[in-house]
Design a protein. Structure first.
Length: 233
């Protein structure tokens, strides 16, 4: 999560990402939109309308467009250690979010500030020994009853492994399976959790995607998310 690592890739991030996922038949925009659609669907079932949202490790802002469409009245913060990535996000979406630099350790907001924290395929870039501390920090800035959605690549999916191995900015990535991530979240005090597996079919099998709702517990999807709710005191 070093600033220099993603400053180096910021300008070419979109092209590198698109090239790495070519076998899926989809674009980076598809992956950004499905994640926010999943978040919005879960929150709608819970009757939640988050007004303060943190995108942890937001990078160049790929999730911001779908997030702004799903939550038009929300205040959104893009948090990232890469200043060049935040500059790109700011230029792509002027006035749509607050771009907040991050020192990699302390989220510069008060306890219980955010209704929703979202992070997309960030933790596999962070050294394992920092995970629990950062997850605890995320829990600190969440409101009681607030939601945290963590999306990650699934190392048990062969297409995911191929994409990661062929992506320059994933050179130092260490993929995390859902069991490992759940264990780290539990240690960090995020005790109310649900894991959902996603993306079982590439584009040429898109007609089968309606079946995915029956496969959410099968650990072979290309990605997964863990939804955690911060307990009320």
């Amino acid at each position: 999560m070093l600033e220099a690592e993603f400053d180096k890739f910021a300008a070419e991030y979109e092209q590198e990402h698109a090239a790495s996922i070519r076998l899926s038949g989809e674009t980076p925009a598809f992956f950004a939109k499905y994640k926010i659609a999943d978040v919005a669907a879960v929150l709608a079932k819970r009757g939640e309308n988050p007004l303060l949202i943190l995108d942890f490790g937001a990078g160049v802002g790929n999730s911001l467009g779908p997030m702004r469409a799903a939550f038009p009245e929300s205040e959104i913060v893009l948090l990232d250690p890469s200043s060049q990535s935040l500059d790109i996000a700011r230029n792509r979406f002027p006035g749509q979010a607050h771009c907040q630099p991050f020192d990699g350790q302390t989220i510069p907001y008060a306890d219980g500030h955010f209704d929703l924290v979202f992070t997309a395929c960030v933790f596999h870039h962070i050294p394992e020994e920092l995970h629990t501390g950062l997850l605890s920090e995320i829990g600190r800035v969440m409101k009681p009853g607030g939601s945290f959605f963590l999306f990650e690549h699934n190392p048990w999916n062969p297409l995911t492994l191929h994409a990661v191995r062929n992506c320059s900015f994933d050179k130092n990535a260490v993929l995390i399976n859902a069991n490992q991530m759940n264990s780290r979240m539990a240690v960090a005090g995020l005790s109310r959790r649900k894991t959902v597996y996603r993306l079982f079919f590439p584009r040429f099998l898109a007609k089968l995607r309606p079946l995915e709702r029956y496969l959410t517990k099968v650990p072979m999807g290309a990605q997964y998310f863990v939804h955690a709710v911060k307990p009320n005191p």
